[in-house]
Design a protein. Structure first.
Length: 338
């Protein structure tokens, strides 16, 4: 198929592009490079073995989005594009609502006009809100604790409503948990701007000397070692889940399908830290500080639906995730070059 990958130069998008090309798909990328750097493109071309068609614009530009669909006939879209930092979304909520919703509106309108009805949407476990029981199942009610999370809840609802208007729609809502790791080559990985919001890239920057120490938010949770537990999933497993969902959309009668992509088990902050220490070969400095507002003790998926319906499961361990993250960080201590 010819597949449009929005946000295809970003962390998860870039790994998915590599797997889509390896599976034989003709991939086109659109990215405004607000959360990515153009220098990722030649690395992707080296990994995929050929030139990539890349369009540098923002999907909220409806004219450019429409023009792209007029010039190219797409069979499917994998939609990653959007703003993604939870903390930042609290500070600039209007920008998050406008960017994430408007980009999806422009994309779906263009898809409708040009007969493209297969969509894989990058959603998030944040749609389960603050009080969901674990393991989290797809049939739980949705909620959110941040503007970022609410944009995911809202877009999911928009896509369900749109799917009701035309029987040709086949939409996958992929709710994933905590993506980490990097491509085994060490040439592409996560390159957060500023101080990382997420645990694994923060630890990696401590290990490479870019940050002085890890702050562990709370050690008095009801967990085995008192630190919060999350479901960490290797980005390569996550990319494989997108490919599996895209394949499934070609054979299902369901207009909208929802799948968790996770390992089904929680790993604590200290367990991640110690696994990373094993990967980089030394102890890393950390301090225990107070809990963060809104944090919960444990969050992990029930991935059984994806296993049974997609034939997909996460296969990489936390040790694999840390080893690949360290390989990327050590080779690229400052991330991608400008």
């Amino acid at each position: 198929m010819r597949v449009l990958v929005t946000g295809g130069a970003g962390y998860i998008g870039s790994h998915t592009v590599v797997q889509l090309v390896a599976a034989g798909h003709d991939v086109v990328v659109v990215d405004n490079f607000s959360n990515a750097k153009p220098t990722v493109v030649p690395r992707l071309e080296a990994l995929t073995g050929g030139p990539l068609e890349v369009h540098a614009f923002d999907l909220t530009d409806r004219d450019k989005t429409e023009s792209l669909f007029s010039e190219r006939q797409f069979d499917a879209v994998v939609h990653f594009a959007g703003l993604k930092a939870v903390g930042e979304s609290v500070e600039i909520p209007l920008e998050y609502y406008q960017t994430n919703l408007d980009s999806t509106f422009a994309l779906v309108r263009a898809m409708q006009r040009h007969g493209c009805f297969r969509l894989v949407f990058s959603s998030s476990a944040t749609v389960y809100g603050e009080h969901a029981p674990v393991p989290m199942r797809e049939d739980l009610p949705t909620s959110a604790t941040s503007p970022y999370g609410w944009t995911k809840v809202m877009i999911e609802q928009v896509l369900r409503d749109v799917a009701k208007t035309d029987e040709r729609w086949r939409i996958a809502l992929l709710r994933y948990f905590n993506p980490v790791g990097a491509h085994a080559s060490g040439t592409i990985g996560e390159d957060p701007s500023g101080i990382p919001n997420n645990l694994m890239p923060f630890i990696a920057q401590v290990a490479v000397g870019k940050l002085d120490k890890l702050r562990v938010f709370g050690n008095d949770y009801d967990t085995p070692d008192g630190t919060a537990m999350r479901d960490y999933i290797h980005v390569e497993d996550l990319a494989a889940g997108h490919l599996a969902a895209l394949t499934r959309l070609g054979s299902t009668d369901e207009r909208v399908s929802t799948w968790n992509l996770g390992t089904g088990q929680g790993t604590s902050v200290l367990e991640v830290l110690h696994a990373f220490e094993a990967a980089c070969g030394r102890e890393l400095p950390y301090e225990i500080v107070g809990r963060r507002a809104g944090d919960i003790a444990a969050s992990y998926a029930d991935p059984s639906r994806a296993q049974s319906e997609l034939g997909w499961r996460a296969t990489r361990t936390i040790e694999d995730m840390c080893a690949d993250q360290w390989r990327w960080q050590e080779a690229n201590p400052l991330g991608y070059p400008d």
